[in-house]
Design a protein around this ligand. Structure first.
Ligand code: URC
Length: 302
């Protein structure tokens, strides 16, 4: 039987590294979960167990930690940290031809003390997780920024009606519902040199503002409006991808208790949920569609 090796990648996943900038006053911190995935001339490892070309996953973890010190400035933002790591693995390690660095960043806010920001005490913010995925193949550099676990809700200004009905349809149309979602969003940059934090803050501000202000007739429509606004505000962004679970809030039947429920008491269901996903593209970069595929392709399970 003919069998051959297809796509493969390896590296240390989920290295948790915290970098303290204690030479600055006040202190600053970044908190990362870094996953490394390398591809290249690794046929022999799979076929014969010859590890001569194998940069150990242990070394990739060590590199992440060492780079947090040696490349402290790059490490201040997940995108630039990912770029530094990806370029190192590909440019400095002969068998490695492609590196994908996936970073989760957990934001921390400075604590207040006696009414002023404290120089070295923080509280972790649960608002969202910031993400960056950097892919480099020695020639092409793809930088994808993102956000996940960003849960947003609006208590009105959301309708859903006029949908197709079949014999299994039971959903009642509504002109006033709670709409909530936990945003996973990723956006591909066409400019790989910029102030990444400023860009990230602007995307989140745009998406939040659209979610709040948009009178929604469907989560799909709100999703498209958010992506359209992000690309309009920041035209260097080539495309935006969203995965939006519709976090259903069902009106609880209070009639057994002789009570009216005028959209005031809800059951927040955690499953099953509608999952609304889509890509909003910047037509100026449509010719880069295959590249976008390479940037976002999750590889083997992530
Ligand atoms: O915004 C929505 N989009 C749907 O496709 C859908 N389907 C559903 O049952 N509720 C909703 N809500």
């Amino acid at each position: 039987m003919a069998v051959s090796l297809g796509h493969n990648q390896y590296g240390k996943a989920e290295t948790r590294v915290v970098r303290v900038y204690r030479d600055s006053d006040p202190h600053e911190i970044v908190d990362y979960n870094v996953s490394v995935a390398l591809s290249g001339d690794f046929e022999d490892i799979h076929h014969t167990g010859d590890n001569a070309n194998c940069l150990t996953t242990d070394a990739t973890k060590n590199t992440v930690n060492a780079f947090a010190k040696e490349h402290g400035e790059a490490a201040r933002q997940p995108e630039s940290f990912g770029i530094a790591l990806a370029k190192h693995f590909v440019d400095d390690t002969a068998p490695v031809s492609r590196a994908r660095i996936k970073i989760e960043m957990y934001p921390w806010n400075r604590l207040q003390h006696d009414g002023t920001p404290h120089p070295h005490a923080f509280a972790r913010s649960g608002e969202f997780v910031r993400t960056a995925t950097v892919t480099y193949d020695g020639e092409n550099l793809y930088v994808v920024s993102g956000v996940k676990d960003y849960t947003v809700l609006k208590t009105t200004d959301s309708e859903f009606h006029g949908f197709l009905t079949d014999r299994y349809t039971t959903l009642q149309p509504t002109t006033d519902r709670v709409m909530a979602t936990s945003v996973t969003g990723q956006w591909l940059h066409t400019d790989t040199e910029q102030d990444w934090s400023k860009s990230f803050d602007q995307v989140v501000a745009t998406m939040s503002s659209v979610f709040a202000g948009h009178h929604s007739l469907a989560l799909q429509q709100t999703m498209y409006a958010m992506g359209e606004a992000i690309i309009t505000e920041q035209p260097e962004i080539g495309e935006v991808r969203f995965s939006l679970p519709n976090k259903h809030h069902f009106v609880v039947d209070l009639s057994p208790f002789g009570l009216e429920n005028d959209n005031e008491v809800f059951y927040a269901a955690d499953r099953a949920y509608g999952l609304i996903e889509g890509t909003i593209r910047n037509d100026a970069f449509l010719d880069r569609a295959p590249a976008a595929g390479a940037a976002f392709d999750p590889g083997q399970g992530w």
